[in-house]
Design a protein around this ligand. Sequence first.
Ligand code: NAD
Length: 495
Amino acid sequence: MSDIALLPQVEAFLGRHHALFIDGRYVESQGSQTLDVINPATGRVIAQVSDATGGDIDAAVESSRRGFKQWSQAAPAVRGLVLLKLADLLERHREELAQIETCQSGKIIQISRAFEVDQAAHFLRYYAGWATKINGETITPSLPSFAGERYTAFTLREPVGVVVGIVPWNFSTMIAIWKLASALVTGCSIIIKPSEFTPLTILRVAELAIEAGLPAGALNVLTGGGQVGKGLIEHPGTNKVSFTGSVPTGIAVGRAAMGAGLTRATLELGGKNSAGFLRDIDTEVAVNGIIEAGFLHSGQICAAAERFFVHRSQIEPIMDSLAQRLGKLNIGSPLDERTEFGPVTHRQHQQKLGEFFVRARAQNNTIIHGGKLMEGPGCYVEPTIIFANRRDDALLNEETFGPIATFFPYDSEEELLDLMNDTPYGLSASLWTNDLGKALRMVPAIEAGTVWVNMHTLLDPAVPFGGSKSSGIGREFGSAFIDDYTELKSVMIRY
Ligand code: NAD
């Protein structure tokens, strides 16, 4: 096993002093606090970034207001073109960006290349296409006239203003791209606040955005902890927050946004997603599906499944076959192209997963496979299969955001639906069956923002995505994002 060599430009980027990205260039923080960026595969500090201060927040917001003024006046075709150029630049710098991402997040290099760069470029191009298609409508007013006068009306879609994009650590580039693409294509400016654990790649993307022709101030990046996000939301100069992260932080963000004078808020939050396997499903198909649904990127995907419901008659063979497959996974360095399963992204997360194992044992859950943190400097966690005893066991109800598949048996399809919906979350779910008619009849009964059939986790820019119940408010992708990034202005005329 051997790691790929880091490109010289990656070594140079990591070795740099990282300032804040404000007004199209790097600007020194007004404070002196820094945050270490740690490679979770090695435990080594690979860079330091600034922890932005209140003064930095003011400077970024001022720049974004100027950026908004200019960018909102750009012709839609120009906005689209800049996003298309940025997509090209991401691809041109594919390996460099992927390597930076893998070094900061521990994501295996193939996932960094395929998702953080290739998919991000596809999303950018999809959004670029919307630039020239965001319109209001003409309306015929409904009331009778008083004295023969006539009325007509139309709506305008106007950019909401300065957006704050708050990003988690699991897909630090792709999720930032979703937010900046939605903002920029509608004519908003945006300040990205990356996760304190993975702040590096988006700084490089911001440089590329300027190279693509984006005016200074249309995209700023402020690194730092949660207080930077809070300060941005509460700043009177920002108009909207697009937040992706955990439910507790999302609720705090929503409160702060409303308290700041009804700042618009889109909340994309956590989940405890179910995958239900109907009786007709073949064991091998089920096992492939569970690996896709639960173990990609070490389970650190908001839409990943964590609760697996299998018919009582099939649960043992499926868990046994899954254990054999997990036992053969190539666990190792994320910079080794043969690695299939890498570390989790940070130490606290690894420790949180360790606590879940302690709780599973305390609740007498059967650990079929894994169930331990792996020794060494890296943040590795064994891929794990747990058989829960009771519906209210912690592992069946709390989001772990890790490589832990918890199983529970069902006897009837009615019970399966009841189990799948027995959660306060509603981000995603999947049904696995050869009987598509049955699946389509069951889909309306499932309480989730996305329901997949015979697949799990794939996000497409054309298909709206977001949570129901406690998993969030608002939708990204498709045309659904337009409502969240524009204000609808009605114009009525008498003649
Ligand atoms: P988190 O909630 O801890 O942090 C997310 C971001 O919020 C970080 O940038 C953090 O610095 C910032 N933040 C923290 N406190 C804040 C505050 N008071 N005000 C404003 N910003 C604040 O989440 P995380 O651990 O980075 O990410 C994991 C979580 O994200 C999981 O729950 C996962 O399900 C969720 N997630 C959801 C989606 C989705 O699309 N629904 C996608 C990816 C991840």
